[in-house]
Design a protein around this ligand. Structure first.
Ligand SMILES: Nc1ncnc2c1ncn2[C@@H]1O[C@H](COP(=O)(O)OP(=O)(O)OP(=O)(O)O)[C@@H](O)[C@H]1O
Length: 252
């Protein structure tokens, strides 16, 4: 299988804190890869490296390579804005734009490309909302504020906003941690559908969630990648004792 994203000897320093130490992971296309590990082990830092989010933190120093379709996203002349369009991100807490309607939230990122005809915008809003199974719930109130939606609906709206830009890769940082169990099930079902079109990388604290939604799992510990394999192998027959200790709840 092709590696859509290849993380090759990634190191991230925040000042003197060496947060990510020589991590290499291949992320195959049209799969879900979960990154798990105890708090502070560097999961979010690895994830944010995949769309150059650390460019926004001057103290962060990133070395190594992140290849997207074989090209280094940190290469000379590469525009991080273009990378962030190809590699979208969904955050822990749903973060719709509070002053915008449901409709305008979905199309907000797409509009950064330039003027969009009304009919084109309506079509993108509908198809994106359908894809996150939110259309039927909101189609009669597209002009209402996004803040009127429940937390779970807001998270699906944020995923719709990410999809509307037509990314190739979707990064998700603990996308269900602020949601109730029913909304969590909906997002997990959605993640399973998303991989038909996109490559998904998800950070989660919840090992059952990693086991349910992912095809591959990478276990990080203190900034190092201990083991990366199929999720089935990691959860049933891991190679490393640290992985086994973590997934059986002996630490973390
Ligand atoms: N913007 C930042 N500035 C300075 N240090 C940071 C920054 N982001 C992360 N770190 C440091 O990098 C290390 C790894 O943090 P990271 O958030 O990646 O861990 P994590 O595994 O995602 O943790 P959690 O599960 O608690 O969210 C920590 O020591 C953290 O303090």
């Amino acid at each position: 299988m092709n590696a859509k994203v290849k993380i090759d000897n990634l190191n991230v320093h925040f000042g003197s804190n060496h947060a990510v130490k020589g991590v290499s992971i291949d992320v195959p296309e049209n799969t879900v890869t979960a990154i798990i590990g105890p708090s502070g082990c560097g999961k979010s830092t690895v994830l944010r490296s995949l769309n150059r989010m650390h460019d926004l933190f001057p103290q962060a120093q990133v070395t190594g390579k992140i290849l997207l379709d074989g090209d280094d996203i940190y290469g000379r002349g590469v525009d991080p804005v273009v990378i962030r369009r190809r590699v979208g991100m969904v955050f822990q807490k749903p973060n719709p734009f509070p002053a915008m309607s449901i409709h305008d939230n979905v199309i907000a990122g797409y509009k950064l490309n330039g003027r969009v005809k009304r009919s084109e915008a309506d079509e993108i809003v509908e198809s994106s909302l359908r894809r996150v199974a939110l259309w039927d719930e909101v189609k009669d109130r597209l002009k209402s504020s996004a803040m009127e939606l429940s937390g779970g609906q807001q998270q699906r709206l944020c995923i719709a906003r990410t999809i509307a830009v037509k990314p190739e890769v979707i990064l998700m940082d603990e996308p269900c941690s602020a949601l109730d169990p029913i909304s969590t099930v909906k997002i997990e079902e959605l993640i399973n559908e998303l991989k038909e079109r996109y490559t998904v990388v998800i950070v989660t604290h919840n090992m059952q969630q990693a086991a349910r939604v992912s095809d591959y799992t990478a276990f990080l510990y203190m900034g190092e990648m201990i083991e990366c394999d199929t999720t089935r192998k990691i959860f049933t027959n891991p190679e490393k004792s640290q992985t086994e200790d973590y997934i059986t709840g002996r630490f973390g």
